[in-house]
Ligand binder design. Structure first.
Ligand SMILES: Cc1ncc(COP(=O)(O)O)c(C=O)c1O
Length: 384
């Protein structure tokens, strides 16, 4: 079955009693047992909830994994994966990545003795050099990265990880399984902020983990149940509802993003555009070899921070907000928002500077979006 069909039928007719087409929301914390030692398979909703279970099965199927797990946010999903490691373990992590991932590693997990080397994971040689024999346990990768869209060769990196007995963990939030399935290239764990494209409507926070092997499923399942940051039944239903249209949204969003990226690339007010679909983007061919599209996230650099501020202050249709992946186009200022918790010297070193803007392109008419950017830049320039 093709992915569009899987998505459209997400959670379809799971209630065999009534035949309800939409998955019922099992708003219950606990389940009655008929007798001691007898269970329906549902005991307590932190462990298993039928609505969440439908969502977890769906994401596992889409990512072609063994099992899926739904959490209360993307950060809760990332935290659950990090909980598998122990004090003294070491991770190698993409240096250009969502600021919250940096923060949880540096502010929360470091104090428990989990250490991290942040490097450019698009350079396999650098990854190889960063491995500390006996200590390094996993590679944690975003591809494309947030916000500079660096591309890591998933096949190469997963095989390097395999040779060194490391796990490969991929945050697939930007691509979704509609465009990229890292487990197929040898990754062991896929993570999502489901808040973004999977949910798609900026109305629900959620996180997902998908595991490739039963052994890892056991471990994540244990962490999910013991630490308890599960997704509630209402939010699980919202996710199922949003995911039905993932394919349609992604197609439209990336078509719009491609047009905007080419328009920005020709714009004299723009110094540089970061979009994996631009043929001169580093890793363009690698990305094409592992993904079914270029996605709808892009970043661009303008002359300076004042221009960024004025441009953002003048957008009318596009919304200045954190987050990404929803149907509405959002403009984000990474140094002040999503990447604000990364120390300035580290941001500078990787190029996340105050002249950089990120766009999450939505499903609007692209001409309206370009007209809004055009007028915001013109008005912004006048206000300098
Ligand atoms: C790539 C990526 N991963 C993880 C997260 C964290 O997800 P959440 O905000 O749902 O906790 C984000 C949030 O922006 C993100 O962009």
């Amino acid at each position: 079955m093709k992915i569009e069909t899987q998505l459209a039928h997400a959670g379809f007719c799971t209630d065999l009693v009534t035949g309800a087409i939409s998955t019922p929301i099992y708003q219950t914390a606990t389940f009655r047992h008929q007798a001691v030692g007898v269970s329906t398979g549902y005991d307590y909703s932190r462990t298993v909830n039928p609505t969440r279970q439908v969502l977890e099965t769906l994401i596992a199927e889409l990512e072609r994994g063994d099992r899926g797990f739904a959490f209360s946010s993307g950060m809760a999903a990332i935290t659950a994966v990090l909980m598998m490691f122990a004090s003294g373990d070491h991770l190698i992590v993409s240096n250009d990545l969502y600021g919250g991932t940096y923060r949880v590693l540096e502010k929360n997990f470091k104090q428990f003795g989990l250490t991290t080397t942040f490097i450019n994971t698009s350079d396999p040689e650098a990854v190889k050099q960063a491995i500390i024999p006996g200590k390094t346990k996993a590679l944690f990768i975003e591809t494309p990265t947030n916000p500079l869209m660096q591309i890591t060769d998933l096949r190469k990196i997963a095989s390097l990880a395999g040779e060194n007995y490391l796990l490969t963990v991929v945050d697939n939030t930007f691509m979704t399984p509609y465009l990229q399935c890292p487990l197929e290239y040898g990754a062991d764990i896929v993570i999502h902020s489901g808040t973004k494209y999977l949910g798609g409507h900026n109305d629900v926070l959620s996180g997902m983990v998908v595991t490739r092997e039963p052994e890892l499923s056991e471990k994540i399942g244990f962490v999910q149940n013991s630490t308890g940051a599960v997704l509630g039944p209402q939010d699980s239903w919202l996710m199922l509802r949003g995911m039905k249209t993932l394919g349609l949204r992604m197609e439209r969003q990336q078509e719009n993003a491609g047009k905007i990226a080419f328009w920005l690339a020709k714009n004299p007010k723009v110094k540089k555009v970061y979009y994996p679909g631009l043929p001169d983007h580093p890793g363009f061919e690698i990305h094409q070899g592992q993904s079914g599209g270029f996605g709808a996230m892009l970043s661009f650099r303008v002359q300076n921070a004042d221009f960024v501020t004025q441009m953002i202050n003048h957008v009318k249709l596009i919304t200045y907000a954190e987050s990404l992946g929803g149907v509405e186009t959002l403009i984000t200022y990474p140094v002040k928002q999503t990447h604000g918790d990364i120390p300035p010297e580290i941001r500078e070193a990787i190029g996340v500077t105050d002249d950089l803007v990120r766009l999450s392109v939505g499903i609007e008419n692209v001409d309206d979006l370009i007209a809004d950017l055009d007028q915001a830049m013109a008005e912004g320039e006048k206000s300098l």
